[in-house]
Design a protein around this ligand. Sequence first.
Ligand code: XIL
Length: 362
Amino acid sequence: MGSGAASFAASAPATLRECAAQKNLLVGTAGSSKQLTDPNVADLISKQANILVAENAMKWQHIHPSQDRFDFTGGDSLLRFASEHRQAVRGHNLCWHNQLPVWFQERATSSNAADLLRSHIAAVAGRYAGRIQSWDVVNEAVRVEDGRPDGLRNSIWLRLLGPQYLEIAFRAAFEADPHALLTYNDYDLEQDSPLHARKRRSVLQLLTSLRERDIPIHALGLQSHLKAGATIPDWSNLLRFLEQVEKLKLQIFITELDVDDSKLPAPAAQRDRVVGALYEDYLKHVLKRDSVKAILTWGISDAGTWLNSFNPRKDSLPQRPLPFDGELQPKPAFFAMRSAILQCRSRHADQLKAVSTFLRRS
Ligand code: XIL
C-alpha cells in the first residue's frame, strides 16, 4: 500500500481534498441529508471532499413526488452544505428507469412522456442552473442482456419513446443549464469480463451516435461499483475503451466508486486489505488517463452503504466497501485513494478554476 496509518498521522497534506487540490482533481462522495446533518460525518465530508452528489435527493421519486409538486428540500440542503464548504456539486440524475414516482408509472404514455421528461428537466436542472458542475442526464440506458442490437435497455423510457428519449433528455438539460457538463452514467463498464466488454462496446456505440448527431454531451460517468474477488482484474481493455471515449472529446468521471466485498471471507482486516488493493490498482490505472477528472465514492463511510440492502453478505456481516469505517476511521481504501491521487499527473488548472467560477455563482 506504500502509506500506512502512521504516515497518515505524520504527513501533510493528509486529506483527500488537499491531495486532490494539488492535482486539480475533483474528489468527493455521495451524501444524504441524514449524513450531512450528523456533525461528525459532516465534518469528515467537509474535510475530505471538494465535490458532492446527492445519493437519492435529486432522483425523480424524491424531487418530483406528485405530478404537480416538486420537493427541493433535499437538493437545496445539499447545495447549501456544498456552498458553505466551497464544494462543487454533481446532479444525479435526470432520466433513469429506477426510482420513478408511482404517479409517473401510472400516468406516463407514449404521447405525454416526452413532455413530462422535458418539463421535469426544465424544472430540476433549471432550479440549480449555474450551480452544478455536472449532471448525470441519463443513467443506465444500456443493458446488453436485453438483447437489442443497439444494446439499449428495455426501460420504461425506451418503451414509451424509443431511443430518441436520450436526445430529448440531453437537449432539455442543455437548455436548462448550459453551464453543467452533461454526463452519460453507467455501471459494469470497468472489469475484465465478457459482459463488461460487451457493455463497453454498446456504450461506445451510443456515445458515438450522440456525438455524431451533435447532441450536447460532455462526459462519461463510470459508476465503478467494483467487486472484490480472488484476483485483481486486468484493466487493459478498460484503458483502451477510455482512449476511444476520449477520441469523442468526452471527459471521464468516476462517479459511484465502492467495492462489494460479499465474495470475501469474514475477517474485517482481510477484507479491508483486499478492498484497499482493488481501490489502489483501479485508481492508479484510470488516473493515467488525463481525461479522468473526478473521483466520487458512493458514500464516505461503511455505515449506511447501499450494498447491505442491494447485495447483502451471506454471513450477514455488514459490507466494508468505502474509504472510512463505521467509526469514521480511515481504512486501506482511504490510503489507496490518497496514494493514487498523489501519484497521478496534475490535471489542467482550468478544471478547478471552472469550479470556483460556479461556486461564486452559488
Ligand atoms: C442507490 C442508493 O444508494 C440507494 O439508497 C437507493 O435505495 C437505490 O439507489 N446506481 C446509481 C445510484 O446510479 O443512483 C444507485 O443508488 C446505486 C446504483
